[in-house]
Structure formats: structure tokens, C-alpha cells
Design a protein around this ligand. Structure first.
Ligand code: ADP
Ligand code: XUL
Length: 517
């Protein structure tokens, strides 16, 4: 019997998927740890420390370690025999950076039998908290980097994105400028993904191309660190970064701590981790065939594999590495699930009631328009949060239940508008992420994009993609076997667009242009 383990260290949770690949592919177990429900002692119920100044959004990297430990513990409790796990891989929320001091570097390789990962990595960080992808504090650092390189278009040409506030390079620069002593005490800067892969393997692992491309530091031309960008970001940066390598790189065997604590076999191999979105691309079977994926997680993302990089003229979209080779294009929307949750809570609805209101409200909400930007938005770029609305009595969406549908319509029309530059015009969209299980939301998506929506029984496509990547890299799985598994795991029939609404939402797009201007 052979198992593959995939781990997803995302914004609000750490989850894992265990596959049995002895004959065909079978799901053995899926477990999750929520920072809100299971680790409230870290004070980050939505995955970040609330109330950061000047647009800072940080999380304690030790919370991710606690999440990983608890997640494996939960898996153990299901009765799984860990010695059957042949290989592990995983993925992390993109762009977030972890700053290890010399002791932390040492702990990566000599850490063996402490009671927990958190105690094992005590005093190991030169920066106690890690900026995550929701951080918008680096406007000036972005402009400085662009100026050094000769403008935003040059940064975009090299890295696939203009300098972006949440990307790792500008975040590193801000750390260097605000806390130079702590910066110089930093021995290693990892991404969330490469940090956790390093911990699991007991090695100082590489950053993979998939996630590395979201740093504003990697040159797409040859997928290596760009010396000009390194110099424009912070001094001595190259020495503080690990190598950037293909996603299919084996780092080594599982670290002794995990063998002792959970019973992994000493030969269990650890594959480089990647970013959550690149992993999801693999997890829904979209790494090769040009399928369009929409993920409704904490962020909403719209992405697809592309053979060659092409970039967004507005500067909001990105090119990342496709773990399978080539590239992927991605547009990210910060006001995703947390904004839907905020609307739902304000209206005093459960998810079931929220869905019912969506189903019962007319398309177009009789002229009500809502763009629920509670937080600063990434696409389109808006430095400050602020709800945009039209057509609600007395301008009060908060007391009108139809705001539930208006919010979801607004989010998807904004997504359609902002992703138009990719010219993908999908006939089918693969929908994943926490909110994908909501059929009412999925139907609005089908109607707005005028395309069919396909979903999986396993909404955890990030962890699934990680397990698939390990299987592909080890030669234990083929893309055909993965496709067969995915078609067996499809959730019901595709959701099809309502034929009576054909063209309806396209006519609304202009109104959103005005609302946004
Ligand atoms: P991430 O991976 O970014 O941590 P997930 O993909 O796990 O996030 O999605 C979590 C989100 O899913 C929650 O913030 C929640 O708003 C949303 N969610 C969960 N259940 C539902 C539901 N029934 N309808 C709509 N959204 C839901
Ligand atoms: C993508 C992005 C988010 C994070 C968290 O660029 O910032 O989707 O990866 O999921």
C-alpha cells in the first residue's frame, strides 16, 4: 500500500489530503485545522493579527507550525498508518515571508525531539511576525523598486508583475528600511511554502518557481533570481534567500521529528512545496489543458495555465510558474470570502439563508449594485477599503437582504471585467475553494460568466494538487490517472448558465465601470 500526503497551509487553516495510490487513486482522509476554531490562542481568527498599522497584515509563523502539528495529529487520530506514506508535498498561501535567524537556520537541520514544532522553533525568528498576502503597507517600496529598474513596465517584463504591495520583494525592502538591525540579523528568508517544506524535510529547502514568481525577484526569462531586482530590494539579499528551483525538486527525506512524533517511515520523501494557487491548478487538473479555474477561498482568484508569459496592461494581473512546467496567469481579488462573510453577518443570515436569498432575488437585483470592498482591493487597485453601492433605499444596503445577491453579482462582474485582459472567455470554469460548495453562489458565477461551472467533491484542491505533484514527480501517477480520478470525483452535474439570462450581465458591466470610476 502506498500513500501520498498533500498539505495546504492557507490563510485561515492548515489542511491535509491523504491519497492511496496502490491501485487507482482513492481518497483515504481529509482533515483540517482552522485558526479561528482550533487555535484561538494565537489571536488570529481570520489567519492574521487584526489591527495592523499602516496597512500591515501579519501572522505569527509559529501559528503555522502549530497548525501543521495539529493537522498531522488529527490525521493520526483517524487511524492512518503513517509508515505507508511514500511522499509528501504541500503548498502555502503565496507571497508571505518568514525570517529565520542563525538559530532558526540551525534548528531546521538539527531539530529532533522537542515536544512540539512551536517549542522546537522558539527564538528562531529575526522577525516575530510575517507579512502575508493581504498586506498593503509597501506602496513607497514598490515605487522605489520600479524607479531603480526604470519603471513598472520593466519590472513587469522581467517578473510577470509590476511591483506589487503584497509581493515578497517590496515586503523585504520595507523590513530592511524599518528594522535594519533585524534585517541584518536574518540568516534566511523563506516563503510560507518553502519554510514549511524545510521544516518537514529538516533541510534548508528551495523556493519553487511557482511561488517564487510571486516575489518580484525572479526573472521569468531563465527562472532565476534577478540581480538588479535583488539590488533594488535590499542589501545582501541573495545570501539570505535559498535557491529557486523547479517545483518538481525533491528536497530530501522526512525530518526525524515527524518520524518520532507521527510514525512516518524514514524513507518518506519530501517534494518542494509551491504556492496555493499553482497547487490548485494541478489539483483541479488544469495544469496542462488550458482550463480556467476560479478559486473562492479567502481571496478569490481567476487563473489558467499559459505556455508563454503575457502580462496585464493595467498592472493588476500576474504570471506565476506552473508547477507542471510553463506558466500560469492569475488575477487576485482580496475582497473574496471574507467580504461575503461580512455581508452575510451584517444581514444576519446563515449560509443557508444567504443562499436562499440569492436564489429568490431577481438577476440584477432590480437595480441594486454593490461592490463589497471592506478591505483595500487588489483588482482593481484601491488603496483603502470602501463599499461602493447604488440603488439601495437611502443608500442602506445593510438593511436590505437583496444585498446578498447584489454583493455576489458585484464580485463576479468585477472579476469578469478585471480578467478580460487574459482573453480566455471560458466555456467551462473549474470552481474550487471554500465557497465553491455554495450552489447559489456557483449559479451566479455561471450566469455572470455565461459558462458551465464544474466542481469537485473535494473542495481542497490545493492539498490535492500537492499530493498529485508528489505522485507525478515520483513517477507513481500519470496525468491520465489524475484526470480519471478527478472525473470520478466530480460533484454532480455541471451547473449551466440560465439561458434566459444570456447577455443580461454583459449589459450591466458598464454600470460597474461607472461605479468604480
Ligand atoms: P483559504 O484556503 O484561503 O484559507 P478556503 O478555501 O478554505 O480559504 O475558504 C474559506 C472560506 O470559505 C471562508 O472564509 C468562508 O467564507 C467560505 N465558506 C465556507 N462555507 C461556505 C458556504 N457554505 N458558502 C459560502 N462561503 C463559504
Ligand atoms: C495570489 C494571492 C492569494 C494568496 C492567498 O496572488 O495573493 O490568492 O495566495 O490565497
Amino acid at each position: 500500500m502506498a500513500y501520498l500526503l498533500g498539505i495546504d497551509a492557507s490563510t485561515q487553516s492548515v489542511s491535509a489530503v491523504l491519497l492511496d495510490i496502490t491501485e487507482n487513486i482513492h481518497l483515504v482522509s481529509e482533515v483540517a485545522v482552522s485558526f479561528a476554531e482550533d487555535l484561538p490562542e494565537w489571536g488570529a481568527p481570520q489567519g492574521f493579527i487584526p489591527g495592523g498599522p499602516e496597512g500591515e497584515v501579519h501572522a505569527d509563523p509559529r501559528m503555522w507550525l502549530a497548525g501543521l502539528d495539529l493537522c498531522l495529529h488529527r490525521l493520526k487520530e483517524t487511524g492512518v498508518n503513517f509508515s505507508k506514506i511514500t511522499a509528501v508535498s504541500g503548498a502555502g498561501q503565496q507571497h508571505g515571508t518568514v525570517y529565520l535567524n542563525a538559530r532558526g537556520m540551525q534548528r531546521l537541520t538539527d531539530f529532533e525531539s522537542a515536544g512540539s514544532l512551536v517549542s522546537g522553533f522558539a527564538e528562531s525568528f529575526s522577525r516575530n511576525t510575517s507579512p502575508i498576502w493581504m498586506d498593503t503597507s509597501t506602496f513607497s517600496q514598490c515605487r522605489e523598486i520600479e524607479t531603480s529598474l526604470g519603471g513598472p513596465l520593466e519590472v513587469c517584463r522581467r517578473t510577470g508583475s509590476i511591483a506589487i504591495e503584497r509581493f515578497s520583494g517590496p515586503q523585504i525592502r520595507r523590513f530592511f528600511q524599518c528594522e535594519p538591525r533585524a534585517y541584518f540579523r536574518t540568516a534566511r528568508i523563506h516563503l510560507v511554502s518553502s519554510f514549511l517544506a524545510s521544516v518537514l524535510s529538516g533541510q534548508d529547502g528551495p523556493i519553487d518557481f511557482g511561488d517564487g514568481a510571486g516575489m518580484n525577484l525572479v526573472r521569468l526569462r531563465d527562472l532565476d533570481w534577478d540581480p538588479d531586482l535583488l539590488a533594488a530590494t535590499a542589501p545582501e539579499l541573495r545570501e539570505k534567500l535559498p535557491d529557486v528551483l523547479p517545483s518538481a525538486t525533491w528536497i530530501g527525506r522526512i525530518a526525524p521529528y515527524f518520524r518520532k512524533q507521527y510514525g512516518f517511515h524514514e524513507n518518506t520523501r519530501v517534494l518542494a512545496f509551491t504556492g496555493d494557487n499553482p497547487s490548485s491548478l494541478v489539483g483541479v487538473g488544469a495544469s496542462k489543458s488550458g482550463r480556467v479555474v476560479i478559486s473562492l477561498g479567502t481571496s478569490d482568484t481567476f487563473f489558467a495555465a499559459i505556455p508563454q508569459p503575457f502580462t496585464d496592461p493595467e498592472g493588476c494581473g500576474h504570471v506565476f510558474g506552473n508547477p507542471h512546467g510553463g506558466f500560469m496567469t492569475l488575477q487576485c481579488f482580496l475582497n473574496g470570502s471574507l467580504a461575503r462573510e461580512e455581508v452575510r453577518k451584517t444581514l444576519g443570515l446563515s449560509w443557508d439563508q444567504f443562499s436562499q436569498v440569492i436564489d429568490e432575488s431577481p438577476a440584477g437585483c432590480e437595480g441594486r449594485r454593490l461592490l463589497p470592498f471592506f478591505f483595500p482591493e487588489i483588482s482593481p487597485r484601491r488603496e483603502k477599503g470602501g463599499i461602493l453601492q447604488k440603488g439601495f433605499a437611502n443608500g442602506r444596503w445593510e438593511t436590505d437582504r437583496m444585498a446578498a445577491r447584489a454583493a455576489v453579482e458585484g464580485q463576479f462582474l468585477n472579476m469578469k471585467r478585471a480578467s478580460a485582459w487574459m482573453q480566455l472567455d471560458p466555456h467551462v470554469v473549474f470552481l474550487t475553494g471554500g465557497a465553491s460548495r455554495n450552489t447559489a453562489i456557483a449559479q451566479v458565477l455561471a450566469d455572470v460568466f455565461d459558462c458551465s461551472v464544474r466542481r469537485m467533491e473535494i473542495s481542497g484542491s490545493v492539498a490535492l494538487g500537492a499530493a498529485f505533484r508528489a505522485g507525478l514527480a515520483g513517477g507513481w501517477l500519470t496525468l491520465e490517472a489524475i484526470d480519471q480520478f478527478l472525473s470520478r470525483s466530480e460533484k454532480g452535474n455541471p451547473i449551466v448558465p440560465n439561458p434566459h439570462l444570456k447577455g443580461f450581465y454583459s449589459t450591466l458591466l458598464q454600470e460597474y465601470d461607472t461605479l468604480l470610476s
